[in-house]
Design a protein around this ligand. Sequence first.
Ligand code: ZN
Length: 153
Amino acid sequence: MKFKKRKFMRYFGFSLIITFFSSLNPLKASSKKIINPNLSKEQKNIMFNESTEKPFSSKLLNEKRNGYYHCANCGAKLFASDSKFDSGTGWPSFSKSLPGAFKTKIDYSFGMKRIEYHCAQCGAHHGHVFDDGPTKTQKRFCNNGLCLIFKPE
Ligand SMILES: [Zn+2]
């Protein structure tokens, strides 16, 4: 009887350890991963080497239709069209992202302290978020157009 109890406790302990490690899996899932095999060299440079596209180069700057903006790598839904605005910066800009779309990280490159954000699903770099947005969210998500795929509704 005593032995059985001990055995049970041992399995119980193992299952706790397994539960603990599987709860860490979302972190693994967010590590950078190329999912779309058709990404161009420039897209890969932006999404996985933190490069930035040339300002005013994105076709999405003039996109005004209703719909959603998805991650060009994994397809996750990131922004709704009603949060898009013309910031004049030359990059597609949004006042808010969809809940849970991104994870942020502080970026100290170029002698500046900026908040960069990554797709929560695939870890691809998308852009930087600033606190000078024109709407009540006060956020300005400055996104590389090449990282986005627009799907009209
Ligand atoms: Zn993604």
